[in-house]
Design a binder for this molecule. Structure first.
Ligand code: C5P
Length: 400
């Protein structure tokens, strides 16, 4: 439970400072105790009065204010929190953190604290992409500072690209994950992702165009909500998300074995594009062009991982979610697939050529459950992951 946790929120001076007000409100309505420090420039964007009123406690700004030091010294400020959150974190404050400067109350507290730190960067795209900021971010990450965002999207200066501060609810989720108290804390999840490679001979294989982006995003989102998450992944270029245990596999049969080894779990999401068939008589040596014409490949059916994990058994996961990649009659086919595979939910998407779903960064999905179906707006695969993870958390919350 996040209720009763103490957050020290440091607000630095960027236009995203206005979102810090909403963040304070979201935290307070969850029963979190929020104490705020503002940099001088943050006070140009939002007033200490507004921040203090929402937090229910005055906002601290000055390092050399005598009353601050007598009421509560900066060392106490730095230590009396379960987590220090910097939102927004400007390029300037990240640079000062990386260098270890202590020239105002915010930077001094950040240097003096022994608490975990989460930063939500917000800045212009060029500033975010600048090698100096990249280096500062890498330095902070190496020191164990966690990061939420920045997101891509329209910015105040009418430029697009990474730099936009994460939304307050995303920051709340990151805080919950960092404190190990997300809504899926204590739950276990298994996600399959990516394609499978089915060997023809030692150098050739049958594969498909799955990038693994959606499955990896789902695993990341489940982990952010606190689920202990195993990601069984076919070959992809996607990095393993933080906090997720990855089990790399090649073939459908390896993927099934890895999934079964991860049982029992509470949640399964099968997002992998598993090859339906494998070559039954794979050659031990590389096939050669010869006088006898092209080789004949005999295909045999692969195990259906989703159907296997959905089958009634004492270890059947409480919630099994499958995907349906369709090119026509998406909802109709998805509902039929849900029944045929025996899973609880299906996320259906249109993968016709032109939708850009395979390999792309966005997805348009429909969630099909026993109660009916709902269509989600087109969103990034990361957002689909977050929305699905939230739905799963709500499902378990209401099932309790
Ligand atoms: O049958 P189809 O491939 O259309 O079903 C898609 C769903 O089934 C996805 O969730 C996919 O991960 C899963 N699947 C599986 N094992 C297979 C084939 C599909 O888990 N052999």
């Amino acid at each position: 439970m996040i209720r009763g946790k103490r957050i020290l929120l440091i607000i630095s001076g960027g236009i995203a400072a206005y979102k810090a007000l909403d963040l304070i409100r979201r935290l307070r309505e969850r029963g979190v105790l929020v104490r705020c420090i503002m940099t001088r420039s943050a006070t140009e964007f939002v007033t200490p009065l507004a921040v203090g009123a929402l937090a229910g406690e005055r906002a601290y700004v000055d390092l050399f204010s005598l009353s601050d030091e007598s009421e509560i010294g900066h060392i106490r400020l730095a230590r009396e929190a379960d987590l220090v959150v910097v939102a927004p974190a400007t390029a300037n404050l990240l640079a000062r953190m990386a260098t270890g400067l202590a020239d105002d109350l915010a930077s001094t507290v950040l240097l003096a604290t022994d608490r975990p730190i989460l930063v939500a960067p917000a800045m212009n795209v060029q500033m975010w992409l600048h090698p100096a900021t990249r280096a500062n971010v890498a330095t902070l990450a190496a020191r164990g500072v966690s990061m939420v965002g920045p997101n891509e999207g329209p910015m105040a200066e009418a430029e697009t690209g990474p730099g936009r501060m994460a939304e307050p609810l995303e920051i709340v989720a990151a805080i919950e994950a960092k404190l190990g108290c997300g809504p899926l804390e204590g739950r276990t999840a298994l996600v399959t992702s990516g394609p499978t490679h089915e060997p023809i001979d030692p150098v050739r294989y049958i594969a498909n165009r799955s990038s693994g982006k959606q499955g990896h995003a789902i695993a990341a989102a489940l982990a952010r909500l606190g689920a202990r998450t195993v990601l069984v992944t076919g070959p992809t270029a996607e990095p393993v998300p933080p906090g997720v245990t990855a089990v790399p596999v090649e073939t459908a049969r390896d993927m099934l074995a890895a999934c079964q080894a991860a049982l029992p779990v509470d949640i399964v999401v099968c997002a992998a594009a598993v090859a339906d068939w494998r070559v039954g008589d794979r050659a031990e040596q590389k096939l050669k062009k010869g006088g006898e014409g092209p080789p004949q490949l005999t295909l045999v059916e692969n195990p259906d991982i989703l159907a296997t994990l959905s089958a009634p058994s004492p270890h059947r996961p409480a919630l099994v979610v499958g995907f349906a990649a369709e090119t026509e009659k998406v909802l109709e086919h998805a509902a039929a697939k849900r029944a045929r595979k025996g899973c609880d939910w299906i996320l259906a998407n249109d993968v016709s050529p032109g939708t850009g779903t395979f390999g792309g960064d966005t997805n348009t999905v429909h969630l099909v459950t026993a109660e009916g179906s709902e269509t989600w707006p087109t969103m990034s695969k990361r957002d689909v992951g977050d929305r699905l993870a939230r739905r799963i958390a709500d499902h378990f919350g209401s099932a309790q």
